[in-house]
Write a protein of this length. Structure first.
Length: 217
């Protein structure tokens, strides 16, 4: 499943040799697997890139269907986008800033500050998803449902698909925050870096989808 992209990468990181240097350079990683070859850092990012490419292809298929369906029928009625979507976008953009701050603080071993900014990122992610539910609720009160019109169907499908993929990112955020990393600092840094890349991707994807829904009405 595309939504498992980031969580599968983190699980692989947790069960493999990590990125510690020879002789336990990273304070414990090197020796805890009996001297087995370490998995290169680049391998995790390659795996994540492949997963993100799959997600992108999935959404591009939906976008193509959106464009084709809009052009072949005279029954297309534009969706009046709830204003809260713009606030939600600002919240998600802010979360990209906070996750980057948290990642950099972790790299400097500022653990307390890292946890604070990471928690803020997670809270902003929750706020975004809650805001999306409020947007749906506003449309429901207006009598706009999935089957009301093809344009409405695409709105719900696109926003729901993005929300489900963002939930994968939320799972990764919680994994990094709650996992007992102990002395395996370099693994924690890698896990945070992978999660941040996925989160930035979800942020950029949402901006693209919102512009599509706004300009493609």
């Amino acid at each position: 499943m595309p939504t498992q992209t980031i969580t599968e990468e983190l699980e692989l990181l947790d069960t493999s040799g990590g990125t510690g240097g020879p002789g336990g350079e990273d304070g414990g990683d090197g020796g805890e697997h009996g001297g087995k070859p370490e998995t290169p850092r680049s391998a995790y990012f390659t795996g994540l890139s492949v997963g993100l490419a799959g997600i992108l292809m999935f959404f591009m298929a939906l976008v193509s269907a959106f464009i084709v369906r809009k052009g072949i029928g005279g029954d297309w009625r534009a969706v009046v986008l709830p204003k809260i979507l713009w606030l939600n976008t600002a919240v998600l953009a802010a979360s990209s800033v906070t996750v980057e701050i948290a990642r950099r603080h972790l790299a400097r071993a500022w653990y307390l500050s890292f946890r604070r900014w990471w928690a803020i990122t997670t809270s902003l992610g929750v706020a975004f998803l809650f805001g999306q539910v409020l947007a749906w609720r506003e449309l429901w009160f207006q009598g706009v449902f999935v089957a009301t019109n093809p344009s409405h169907s695409f709105f719900y499908v696109l926003t729901a698909a993005h929300g489900l993929h963002l939930l994968g990112g939320m799972t990764a955020l919680l994994y990094v925050a709650l996992r007992n990393w102990q002395e395996r600092r370099r693994r924690q840094i890698l896990a945070a870096d992978l999660t941040a890349v996925y989160w930035h991707f979800m942020d950029g994807l949402w901006v693209f989808l919102l512009l599509l829904l706004y300009l493609g009405r």
